[in-house]
Design a protein around this ligand. Structure first.
Ligand SMILES: [Fe+2]
Length: 281
């Protein structure tokens, strides 16, 4: 069904669009879904407020944009493999999304996006920041763009999952880290072309990118560090303040994100569904 006309309000000059006039728990018509997809492609992240969404309706909304992605490091940790409950409790010393990253980029076909729903939201703190990776690429010099042309980066989950990462200790949201855990490693172009907009964007992140293909980690580090820092420059970023019932739906190809750790004494509980993507080119 089509509720009312979509009302789109931009959050910043760098990206982010808050959409009102739509109830995503309803069966939306193709035109409305198309408008949401267009806004996502253009603004990197779309937000909705005051939504009432159970797990099934959240998954139904996600399926309008693609198949649901099953996260290999959370499989078997919850009741439903299509859902990850992202929970932070007071006293946690580590939490999911604590570095600037795109989600799950160690797989050959990283998810195209994620839909995160606020269930238990602190009165302040725990905002999510996003960074527009189209802008990050666009402002690079012609020399740097030439140098990066054809370079591939290696992405691995070795820093964020598995027993060696040591992340489960101090963290309420647990991922798989038993003896059967194995590293997942794939390479992707450093400069990726968006499959829907055709625009180029920077595609490296601090949580998963370990170096450049054909180079040692030590050789890779200076340029990689530059690109990681560059991608988070303040003018590429925007920030979302959560309320109970808020949704953030990000394009995991064109945006990096980070969850801020300033929740202090408060609990923060979100429900995440990821959507399958394609092989970066
Ligand atoms: Fe994330």
């Amino acid at each position: 069904m089509r509720n009312t006309r979509l009302d789109i309000r931009l959050l910043s000059g760098a990206g982010g669009a808050e959409i009102s006039g739509v109830d995503v728990a309803q069966d939306l018509d193709d035109g409305t879904i198309g408008e949401i997809r267009d806004a996502l492609n253009e603004h990197c992240v779309v937000f909705f407020r005051d939504q009432e969404l159970d797990s099934e309706r959240q998954k139904a909304f996600a399926r309008r944009f693609g198949e649901i992605f099953i996260h290999p490091n959370y499989r078997g940790t919850g009741d439903d493999p299509e859902i990850v409950m992202v929970r932070r409790e007071p006293g946690d010393t580590s939490y999911v999304g604590e570095d600037w990253h795109a989600d799950t980029t160690m797989v050959a076909e990283p998810p195209m996006g994620a839909i995160l729903y606020g269930i238990d939201v602190p009165p302040y703190g725990g905002d999510t920041m996003f960074a527009n990776q189209y802008l990050a690429y666009d402002v690079l010099s012609d020399g740097m763009k030439r140098m990066l042309d054809g370079v591939r980066a290696v992405h691995s989950d070795i820093m964020v999952a598995g027993p060696q990462a040591g992340k489960n200790k101090g963290r309420s949201t647990k991922h798989r880290d038993g003896p059967d855990w194995r590293e997942t490693r794939n390479s992707h172009p450093v400069v990726r072309t968006h499959p829907e907009t055709g625009r180029k964007m920077l595609f490296v992140n601090a949580s998963y990118t370990v170096g450049f293909e054909g180079m040692t980690e030590k050789e890779s580090r200076p340029l990689l560090d530059f690109l990681l820092e560059h991608g988070n420059r303040p003018e590429f970023t925007f920030r979302f303040r959560w309320e109970k019932g808020s949704i953030a739906f990000w394009d995991n190809r064109s945006a990096k994100h980070i969850a801020l750790g300033d929740t202090g004494p408060f609990r923060r509980l979100m429900r995440r569904v990821q959507i399958c993507g394609d092989r970066p080119v």
